[in-house]
Each structure stands twice: as structure tokens, then as C-alpha cells.
Design a protein around this ligand. Sequence first.
Ligand code: GLY
Length: 372
Amino acid sequence: MHSYEKVHVDLKDRAYDVLIGRGLVANAGFFVAPLLKSKKRVCVVCDDNVAALHLSALHDGLKASGIEMACLSLPAGESTKSWKYFEQTVEWLLKEKVERNDIIIAFGGGVIGDLVGFAAASLRRGVRFVQIPTSLLAQVDSSVGGKTGINSPSGKNLIGAFHQPSLVLADITLLGTLKERDFLSGYGEVQKYGLLGDEAFFEWLEENGPALAAGDMEKRQYAVKRSVEMKAEIVVRDETEQGDRALLNLGHTFCHVLESATGYSDRLLHGEGVAIGCVLAFELSARLGLCSQEAPSRVREHIKSMGMKCDIKDIAGELPDAETLVDMMAQDKKVLDGQLRFILARGLGESFVTSDVPREAVVRLLKDALAF
Ligand code: GLY
């Protein structure tokens, strides 16, 4: 049995559906079959953790509709998003004789989704692919919107392409196998959607976040669906980030510098950095007189109530000083014409993009946060 809700990403000739629900992997063949042309065969790329937990369910779900699969399993972790594994993936797909009419399946979290999406974008100048995201972060963010790519020794996500998937299957039953810390890291992106554009959703999360984290499936489904709806709406407005799509980076200017300062290690997971970054973005907005003092307090309280890191001081170990952190920010790829770009807010659910932030205000904010 399967049950799901659908969010349509209305990108005209690149439009697709995101299905959010249960039993989607167990019935994967039913959803993928309409995309197949001549061959009843797909190539699946996953990581070793996902393979151990969920690959046989996907195999059976495809087989039930008569679809054969070949699979490549890669090491789990951010270092897989590299030239080395990109080459391995593309060469494997060629060896499997993947042609332009075929379908590739990215089965995993953000690393696999980004890498396989980029391989699909590059192979034979573009092959269709299906995202089956297995982490909360991938379900609410990276599997939707067509950003694909790998990291370079010069920085994260510097090599890539926009390549929209043909279908996304967000099976919320897969979230049950995530470690609590990984689930909560994904939640950092969920709460971001409320803060950036939907105060009512943020209020819903204040009330329902703890139950959702504890495993309530209906609440999980609602949170994923609302997040995907918001992301889809922004992506349709601005697919290639010429303007509004940058709103999705609320909290990310701070997050990226903190991730870099902690060496992209276990000291700080991406979604944890987003949550801390959201608190800082609201604090900065309040200091600049853009929103009330109450707003950053509410953001911090909610994140704290979820048992997540909410302040820089919650990150274990040493960090560079405030001036150095701001210098590092200036090297981020989100910088335009040498201007630091921030997503600030006029209130909960009312964010906007600006380059008009005095460097001194950011230095002072970080000095206080580090001294706290
Ligand atoms: N994760 C931000 C975006 O997709 O634009």
C-alpha cells in the first residue's frame, strides 16, 4: 500500500512532481514505470549506508513492476562529492550503456543526490533522473530544485549544473532509520522555511516540532510537504537564482563560514549550522532595527526546545576570531561583486536579500556571539 501527497514543480517543459508519503520505495516501480521508454531497466546509485538499509526494498519495489536495476554503491560521506567519484559514476553509467532515453536513480542523501544529478546532467549532455532522497535534509531541500554538483579543492559546490529531476519520491518511512542528530540537522532546514516566508508554519513547528522529531508520521509528512511546497514555489519563480531563490539561503552566510571554520567535520553538521545561522540572521536584523528583539528570541527558543545547537558557543572547540570569520565570509561563493550578501528579516516569515550590511555590524555580532 502507498499513500502520498503531491507537490507539482511547475517548470514548464522541465516540470515534475514531488510525491511525499509512505510506501513510495516499496512501490517505486509503479511510479517510475511511466517514465521508462524502451528498456524496463534503471541504474541506481546509492551510498553504502543506504544500500545496507534500503536497497533490497527498492529492488523489490522496482521488480514488482517488472523493472530490473543495476546498482553502484559509493562510500558514504561528503568526500564522495568529488571528481574521483564523479568520474567513477559516469564511467559506470557508460559501462551500463545508459542512453538518453533511460532513467538514472539517485538513492540517498544530499551527497548522492548532488553527485548523481550532476552525472545525469553531464552524461550524453543530459539524461533524466529520479531523486529518492533518504535524509530529511535531502527530502526538504537538496532533492528539489535541480541544483547538482560536486566540491572542488577550491571550495564546496563550485562545479555543477542546474538539472531538474523528472520525479522525486520522498518516502517519509525512510526517515525512521536516521540517527537523531542527522534528523535534527535536517530540521534546521525545515524551520528555515517558516522563518523565511511563512509565520503560520513556524508557529505550527513551535507547537508540533518536538512530536515530529519524536516520530509522529503525520506531522513529519506535513512538515516535509509544506517545506517542499515553499521550495517549489521559490524555484518556479527563480530557477537559476537570479533573485528570490537566494531567500533559501537564510542562515547560510553564517552557516558556510562556521562549516568552513570547523573543517566540515562532525563538530557542525550543515543543518545545525543553518539553525545557528538563522538565529544570527535574526539577531543581526534586530540590531539593524529591521525587526523586533522578540523575533531572534523566539527563533533561539524554538531551536533550543528541539534540543539543537542554537548559538556559536554550542559548537565544541576553538573558532577563529570575529574579524577572521568575516574575512572568510567575503570569500564565499555567494558574494556578489565583492559585497557580502545576507538574508535578513523584517519579522518571522518576512525575509529579504540585501547587500547593504555594514561590515562593522557583522563583526560586532560575531564578537558578542563568540564572547557569550
Ligand atoms: N539549497 C538552496 C537552493 O536549492 O537554492
